[in-house]
Design a protein around this ligand. Structure first.
Ligand SMILES: Nc1nc2c(ncn2[C@@H]2O[C@H](COP(=O)(O)OP(=O)(O)OP(=O)(O)O)[C@@H](O)[C@H]2O)c(=O)[nH]1
Ligand SMILES: [Mg+2]
Length: 258
């Protein structure tokens, strides 16, 4: 087991409630069944927190909440960055905790970069947990006081199994860490082209019928040229992945059923 998983296991063991933080743009991609299983085996209630809801229409966030509730899970959506929906989060924590508990300990868990530390800061009402657009920022578990009755524990992001491309697309791995970012970027671009191609044109001012041609055109437009004037598609791919991870390229997934 990697050190992140070991830390998270220990934190969950000592917690009363587990928050599983997901990116609402891609809840199924950022969900960790292993984490949910770990919590349920230890008998800990899980609250699914769909974060970054400022990046999707409200109706999409509401659909995702329904998706999880229909499957018997507690779920709320929030935007930690914009401090929206936090009242519902407080209530969900209260409801999930044992009534008799005087002090409730909450483990804030999830994949890297989903916004765990930002949520901790929102619950505390002030900055205390370090946050960063670079995945894998939080390295240790830190316990902090959020209210007289509430302690929150920040944890490092857990990385699920999957290819490195998968991880980059889920925001869990920096594009710089990919040997070949083109594969991952092309998959994302291909998906966007299938659903909402105008997003790419509006964001980058480039139009193409195919992900690779798109990257080539983007590289040329940005003046990213290598030896002999060859377009640096790898650099263009990193731009797209960085924008996607940072929420600057706004694209999201909807639940298949309502
Ligand atoms: N748009 C948007 N961005 C957010 C929101 N919450 C967090 N972020 C951004 O997402 C990035 C990651 O936030 P963190 O709180 O550091 O994420 P984390 O889950 O603690 O990440 P690790 O410590 O790497 O596991 C930062 O750039 C935050 O500003 C949100 O509600 N909306
Ligand atoms: Mg963190």
């Amino acid at each position: 087991m990697s050190s992140e998983w070991a830390i998270v296991r220990r934190v969950i063991k000592g917690a009363d409630v587990v928050l599983e933080v997901l990116d609402v743009r891609d809840p199924l991609g950022t969900r960790s069944r292993a984490l949910e299983l770990m919590a349920s085996r230890m008998g800990k209630p899980v609250v699914v927190v769909l974060n970054k809801s400022d990046l999707v229409p409200r109706e999409v966030a509401e659909k995702w909440v329904k998706y999880f509730r229909r499957r018997g899970m507690r779920a709320v959506y929030i935007s930690a960055a914009k401090r929206m929906g936090t009242r519902f989060l407080w209530k969900a924590i209260r409801d999930a905790a044992d009534r008799g508990k005087e002090v409730v300990v909450v483990a804030v868990t999830g994949m890297p970069n989903v916004g765990k530390s930002t949520i901790i800061n929102v619950l505390r009402g002030r900055h205390g947990a370090g946050t960063s657009p670079i995945p894998g920022f939080t390295k240790h578990a830190t316990r902090m006081r959020a209210a007289t009755w509430l302690r929150v524990i920040d944890t490092p992001g857990v990385i699920p199994r999957g290819s490195r491309e998968d991880l980059a697309l889920r925001g869990a791995l920096r594009p710089e860490a990919l040997e070949d970012p083109v594969v991952a970027a092309a998959r994302l671009i291909g998906e966007i082209m299938g659903e909402a191609p105008s997003i790419l044109e509006e964001k980058y001012g480039v139009r193409a019928d195919d992900p690779y041609l798109f990257l080539e055109a983007l590289a040329k437009r940005r003046g990213l040229l290598g030896k002999g004037g060859v377009a640096r598609v790898d650099e263009a791919a990193r731009i797209v992945l960085r924008d996607w991870q940072a929420g600057r390229l706004v694209f999201y997934r909807r639940p298949r059923e309502g």
